[in-house]
Design a protein. Sequence first.
Length: 408
Amino acid sequence: MMKTKRGRSLLDRVGRFRRFWSVVGSIGVALAFAAMAVVMILLLLDAVVAAQIPASQAPSASEALGIPGVNPIIPVGYGIIALVVGIVLHELAHGVLARSQNIGVKSLGILWFVVPVGAFVEQDDEEMNRAPRRQRRRVAAAGVLANFVLAVAFFVALSAVLSGSIAPNANGAAIAEVVAGSPAANASLVPGDIITAVNGTPTPDNTALLNALSAGTPGEQVNITYYDPSSSTTVTRPIVLGERGAFESGDPTHAHEGFLGVAPLFFTPAQLKSNLVNPFAGSNGPLIGATDWIVLPLAGVEPVAGPTESFFHLTGPLAGLGSGSFWILANILYWLAWMNFLLGLSNALPLIPLDGGLLFRDFVAGLASRLKPAWNAARLDQFSGSATVASSILVVLLIVWQFVAPHL
């Protein structure tokens, strides 16, 4: 642990606008409780799903930790940058709100040998405990609010960067994977190609591609038109379909169907750009669009990495950065938004010692003081502490259940 008193004067200067920060803190409290309700509902829904899925679909234990390099979804480089930024600004927000509420800050510091790094703002515990509950809640909710504000800011920055800087190479179904030894592989189709037509029939999306291929039979020759990013040209190539059963061991009723051997990305290039720029304007509604934006890493899109970069070409002023630098910038912005959103949600959990645990404890104490006016401070503290321990146990059990239930 490295502690310093330097920086406290900066917190004092920023926190001197007391009325402004009090309003901001109150907004943060409302937002934190809303996030707490959402994340608890999600955990309960996950618990129901976990009891219904087979063991083969159970998540791994590493997916429970939002640590870059440990969690298979979060890349090391981008994840560490985003996590450090999110944690440091989260803690600074606590410090600013504490000073705005006349609660002292003893020191600021960094925790080494915490993966990837930890940070803290040490508040004066005595002053924190003496402060009215409303002020304590504002300080506790400050970190959650900061992470959500950062998530929105980086999301807007990513949207602005991508909206006028990338364009799909072609209108079609994007190839994410090619089955080894399949007709597609033998014809030199690779991830990053975009299939635009089958036998002259346009395939503007995945449904059109699958419909065009489903009518094929083993041994039938089909003409596949696709955009090849390596040559920046559109190519039409005759390919003889194979038999699905020779490559897949799935449903035997489909074993004798024609088989090309490509797996399209779940978004077309045009749909992927639209989702990254404005997920709330998707054809399936804002909720589905926002969910798709969040789960992009589950589909191997970070938001754009590897072969996925081949689906687009750069345009506009930022094209001068070059493909490599541009996509590094885009991915940094995406992960900054993604990780801050994750930090905001996770810290809202009613779990000791997270911010949500402190908020929940004060909420229970305030509710009990109105329902039980005869209770003294010690009794209220004991009751709220026990309630927070109970909520913490419930959260831990719900998280563990997701990994255990499929194996029961």
